[in-house]
Design a binder for this molecule. Structure first.
Ligand SMILES: Cc1ncc(COP(=O)(O)O)c(C=O)c1O
Length: 521
């Protein structure tokens, strides 16, 4: 019997016809290719204020529809000139992946099938691709490949998911049903991370879990910014002695200011001895474990109960894409499992599978795994290793340049791709040492100067650099996690940075002796 033709045309009202779609789609691909051609020379930051950009987009709710070509014209006219180019080889802000080109195609393909990866039935292949990609990521970093885990919006949500799983699986009562109210009054849940390099997202998690920010105990760190594990053990024991409830320790694998990796092996031992959940925040740096020459730094990460790892950082995947790996996937399921009559049929059939809504906080979820899966297939582990090594080489080059210049103070050597240093000419440092009374004034002026340098670099369009604080001093922070950054970019930016710094340094009776001509674009 001939199947009944339900729709005599080949497209629907509300769709673009296949021929028109092909035409406008080719145009969109041309626009993307042109964008990447222009990217190396584009000023990295648009240098327009929020109100200027807001005004540009001030327009009425569109009553009448527009042709797709007109909408793409608008992209060229108003959107593109006002973006910060995170894909630029000289974008060094925050920790933001440069966006793989295979990922762009994956995003378009994923949108075309519009899967909801909250449950298996509306996303059979997508679910299995996510499961496989999670396993690949675990294997890549030397974790148990038969583990639980899922993609989340980013590191914060991955940390949140880990901490809730930790709470639910270490408590002596039934927190699923009773929540925090089930816990005896007068004592507090406690979690631990290092004082300097623990990431602020953990504060957000403590808020979301309503533990209170003070539940976070900051463990002193050593000279190299890693956690003092003896201090950790002492703090946990003291807290427990006082009646508090320590439940989780967070070790850093690639910290936010200096890329430090905590002694994960020793932290794991403290956790095992005391029955605590061991979480590794490797949002930025866990993937560095794919490099055989760096693997020893991560010793002990394989013992973790959970690991946060963000593909949208050092795996160059476009936003958003965070990921959590959990050694025992059943613990994740125990934490998030939920049923309702409308989520599944009442009788199990052959056609059911992994429902990710039972393994994490979201119900509806996009097909984020596709861009990771496709990019991993495109680069291969070998390709990824080359790109990561290039980033590390760039950080090391910056360290050499800063170390060889008497204008800059070196604060650490780079472990991975994040590098912080500061403009602090040797003469000023000497002055501060010889004349302690002037130290505070000198330091404060240098702090201000470093901030002005970063602002000026952004304004110049040559690069995007931000500041942070290391041991209380303002530093220039470079996060070199673009697969497009070369040594030549680093040298060019350092040269520019040095000229900017000297230009702005009008402190000691006028400008720095090596002051140069105009720095603006
Ligand atoms: C170590 C670490 N953890 C967590 C986060 C938070 O990640 P996200 O911004 O993806 O939520 C970051 C962000 O830079 C990070 O560096």
């Amino acid at each position: 019997m001939e199947p009944e033709v339900l729709n005599p045309t080949s497209w629907y009202e509300g769709d673009i016809s296949p021929e028109a779609f092909r035409k406008v789609g080719y145009r969109a691909i041309d626009m993307i290719a042109d964008y990447f051609k222009s990217l190396p020379d584009a000023p990295v930051f648009p240098l327009r204020s929020s109100s200027e950009i807001e005004e540009l987009f001030r327009e009425p709710l569109p009553e009448e529809g527009q042709e797709p070509d007109a909408i793409l014209d608008d992209w060229n006219a108003r959107v593109l000139p006002n973006v910060t180019h995170l894909g630029s080889p000289r974008y060094f802000g925050y920790v933001q992946g440069s966006g793989s080109m295979m990922g762009i195609l994956a995003e378009a393909l994923a949108a075309s099938i519009n899967q909801n990866v909250g449950a298996w039935k509306p996303a059979p292949a997508a679910t299995e691709i996510e499961r496989r990609t999670i396993s690949w990521l675990a294997e890549l970093i030397g974790f148990e490949p038969v583990c639980g885990g899922l993609f989340l919006s980013g590191g914060t949500m991955a940390n949140f998911t880990a901490l809730l799983t930790a709470l639910r699986n270490t408590s002596s009562y039934d927190p699923n049903a009773d929540g925090l109210g089930g816990h005896a009054q007068g004592s507090r849940f406690r979690l631990y991370m290092s004082d300097h390099e623990g990431h602020v997202s953990i504060k957000r998690c403590a808020d979301l879990l309503n533990l209170g920010r003070d539940a976070i105990r900051l463990v002193p760190s050593l000279e190299d910014f890693t956690m003092d594990v003896q201090a950790l053990a002492d703090m946990v024991d003291d807290d427990r002695h006082r009646g508090d409830v320590p439940f989780c320790v967070i070790g850093q694998a690639g910290s936010v200011n200096v890329g430090a990796i905590d002694p994960l092996d020793a932290i794991g031992a403290v956790c095992r001895e005391r029955g605590l959940w061991f979480h590794v925040d490797g949002a930025s740096g866990a993937v560095g474990a794919m490099l055989p020459e760096k693997r020893h730094l991560y010793r002990g990460m394989e013992q973790a109960d959970s690991i946060t790892l963000d593909p949208h950082k050092w795996l160059y995947i476009s936003f958003e894409c965070g990921c959590l790996l959990v050694r025992d996937g059943e613990k994740l399921r125990r934490t998030f499992s939920m049923t309702a009559p409308y989520l599944r049929g009442t009788v199990p059939t052959k056609y059911t599978g992994l429902d990710y809504l039972e393994h994490g906080p979201q119900m509806s979820r996009g097909f984020h795994a596709l861009k990771v899966w496709m990019t991993m297939k495109h680069y291969g582990v070998d390709g990824y290793r080359k790109l990561l090594r290039q980033n590390i080489r760039c950080a090391q080059r910056l360290h050499e340049l800063a170390g060889h210049s008497s204008d800059f103070e070196v604060l650490h050597s780079p472990t991975l791709f994040i590098y912080s240093f500061r403009y602090a000419p040797t003469a000023y440092q000497r002055e501060a040492e010889n004349n302690p009374a002037s130290r505070t004034e000198i330091e404060e002026r240098l702090d201000l100067l470093n901030q002005r340098i970063a602002d000026e670099i952004q304004a110049s369009g040559v690069a995007f650099v931000m500041t942070s604080s290391v041991r209380g001093r303002t530093v220039l922070r470079f996060s070199i996690c673009s697969h497009r950054t070369t040594l030549a970019d680093i040298e060019r930016v350092f040269d520019h940075l040095q000229r900017v710094a000297r230009e702005l340094d009008d402190w000691n009776d006028g400008p720095h002796p090596a002051r140069s001509a105009s720095l603006h674009r």
